[in-house]
Design a protein around this ligand. Structure first.
Ligand code: FAD
Length: 580
């Protein structure tokens, strides 16, 4: 019996196994967390609600005033995830993500200031810090006396984080840090930095270590505020380290294991960004529906037109399904699951892309007003654009999602071929040793012996569950087919990898939405859940079309001519067919 908490729903799914227990019942907040959340939401309403005009001005000015940061401190917004013993609110991942949702409804710069502190800035200390380190820093981080920043990116190292050049050289009981970190959120106001530096070489690349650096250490400085497209009021600066002497007791985690620290911080912080994206979508739905009711053309409110209804309906499906996925990942983390990196990556990619689409369509519904700075739409479009770039670009996360699945399957394929040899040599013994994977894949590939199924779902959502089960077969077949086709060369086959990631994203979103709708039926009855069932069914049908298309395109595609077009353009660095 596999350890439940070590199970990843998506990684199991790639093996043809539906681990229903992992995602059912849909996670809910505990009563004590709900109570705190209500209080936080009310406080945020009174703090941020009357500030719309300020947020607009701060966006133009490119800065948030220090007095406002002080108000955030006084509201306890820097202590959200810090244990009560250190003066924080001890919110779990779900409640934290929900809080960022509430903040994200008002202003993305505020959400990212709080998020960079809790989601990434000090999370390494919570996850990897020693008791001594926690007692030393958490109380001041909880009050916001210390604001935290996460310092990984450099000019030559963004997605390729292992290429960092900042060095840390041991000198007695200190490490001497030298280097420059780029685009650090909260860089200009933080006093607690989680800094990643090279402490050795591994295959010619940086073997890194995480350090706690504080602004009072000699040689720490930061650059001017960056002039950005969006999130203009949030602080983004370089952070420079010039011969900074850091005591050895400030190493976070183990020496040489900094990459693991960075990845784990980013994984567990992803629901913050997801929550902010859902909050943004909820706000946009409010704005767009009001706008559509008020604006009249040809003697009628534009809300009466099919093309406007289509956009708003789409926004609702995107928001509902995104919230299902983000809450699910928060619930998995709170439930103690250890393997949630693929699911967290899916939640980030999906929610941030739904927000981008929703923001663009809300601006379109507002027409010319949407383009004017007087209205909030253009700012939301600008603010939301970064979500697809930072905390792991959506391209890199797609590769990560699919390659993790393929890595699992590839290792099982090796087992499969060993088992098949046994089958041929000694059929009776051989069938006995056929691994789970081999058996399930034989079933999935042939359809004989049935496929994995959901159990005990309400009949009203059974059709969506069956689609999920059928499309799971595509996932298993697609993974197998891509691996057999490309073998070890798969790393360079990004078109194929992306298709697999898209199928996985659709399947996980569908699974989380099934779970959410089942919970709603259980709580409110099938009639009250009718619209949610409609959302599920519409999403299912659209996802099915996309998955079938992605599956078909594995073998029948334009990958080669498309690549050739790009390669030709890289050579000439211009568009070839100008008409004058
Ligand atoms: C406003 C803002 C705030 C930020 N805050 C922080 C912070 O607090 N801390 C911090 O450490 N960093 C921060 N960053 C940096 C951010 O995390 C990086 O910008 C991000 O990781 C991408 O790195 P890059 O910009 O170097 O892009 P690159 O890595 O150069 O990527 C460029 C493009 O190539 C694609 N790409 C790269 N490699 C591959 C590949 N192997 N296959 C396919 N496509 C690929 C990328 O997806 C992207 O589209 C921030 C950035 C901004 C703009």
């Amino acid at each position: 019996m596999p350890d439940k908490l070590a199970t990843s729903f998506m990684r199991s799914l790639c093996m043809g196994q539906i681990e229903q227990d992992v995602i059912f019942p849909f996670p809910t907040l505990k009563n004590d967390q709900k109570e705190i959340l209500h209080e936080v939401a009310d406080a945020l309403d009174s703090l941020l609600g009357p500030r719309e005009e300020d947020f607009r001005e701060w966006d133009v000015a490119g800065e948030m005033p220090a007095e406002f940061i002080q108000e955030l401190r006084e509201f306890g917004l820097f202590g959200l995830i810090i244990p009560e013993a250190y003066g924080g609110m001890a919110l779990g991942n779900m409640a934290y993500s929900r809080t960022l949702q509430e903040v994200g409804r008002y202003d993305a710069s505020v959400a990212v200031t709080i998020g960079a502190h809790s989601s990434i800035g000090m999370r390494g200390l919570l996850l990897f810090g020693s008791e001594e380190q926690k007692s030393r820093y958490l109380p001041e981080l909880a009050t916001g006396e210390m604001i935290a920043a996460f310092c990984l990116t450099e000019a030559g190292a963004g997605s390729d984080a292992a290429a960092i050049k900042t060095t840390a050289v041991k000198n007695g009981d200190h490490w001497i840090l030298n280097g420059s970190k780029l685009w650090i959120t909260n860089g200009g106001m933080a006093s607690f930095y989680t800094v990643f530096a090279r402490t050795g070489e591994k295959d010619g690349r940086g073997k890194m270590t995480a350090f706690i650096v504080t602004s009072d250490m000699q040689g720490v400085s930061f650059g001017p505020h960056e002039d950005k497209m969006g999130l203009r009021a949030s602080s983004t600066t370089t952070v420079n380290l010039d011969e900074v002497s850091v005591p050895a007791e400030n190493v976070l985690g183990e020496v040489g294991k900094g990459f693991k620290v960075a990845m784990q911080v980013l994984n567990s912080g992803r629901t913050g960004l997801g929550g902010g994206s859902v909050g943004g979508m909820k706000r946009l739905i409010g704005l767009a529906t009001k706008q559509a009711n008020e604006r009249r053309t040809f003697g009628q409110p534009i809300a009466s037109y099919g093309l406007i209804k289509e956009k708003v309906g789409r926004m609702i499906i995107d928001c509902y399904t995104s919230e299902a996925v983000v809450s699910m990942v928060g619930g998995l983390i709170d439930g103690g699951y250890e393997e949630y990196a693929v699911e967290a990556a899916i939640s980030k990619v999906y929610a941030t892309e739904c927000l981008s689409h929703t923001a663009d369509e809300a601006l379109q519904i507002a027409g010319g007003n949407g383009f004017m700075r007087e209205y909030p739409y253009e700012r939301i479009v600008r603010d939301s654009r970064i979500n697809r770039i930072f905390e792991g670009t959506n391209e890199i996360l797609r590769l990560f999602i699919a390659l993790t699945a393929m890595n699992d399957v590839a290792s099982q394929l090796k087992e499969l071929s060993a088992s098949m040899k046994d089958v041929l040599n000694d059929p009776i013994k051989g069938f006995g040793v056929l691994s789970d994977y081999a058996r399930k894949h034989a079933q999935l590939r042939t359809g004989i012996g049935g496929t994995a199924k959901f159990q005990n779902l309400h009949p009203a959502i059974q059709a969506s569950a069956e689609s999920f089960e059928n499309e799971t077969r595509y996932l298993a077949q697609a993974t197998d087919r891509i691996l057999r086709k490309h073998g070890k060369n798969i790393i360079g086959k990004q078109f194929a990898t992306k298709r697999l990631a898209e199928i996985m994203i659709d399947l996980f979103v569908l699974a989380c939405t099934l779970s959410r709708v089942q919970a709603s039926i259980d709580a409110n009855g099938v009639e009250k859940a009718a619209k949610e069932i409609d959302i599920l069914q519409m999403f299912t049908r659209e996802a099915q079309v996309r998955m079938k298309q992605n599956f078909r395109r594995i073998d029948n595609n334009d990958d080669e001519p498309l690549k050739a077009l790009a390669e030709d353009a890289f050579e000439v660095e211009r568009f070839r067919w100008d008409t004058i």
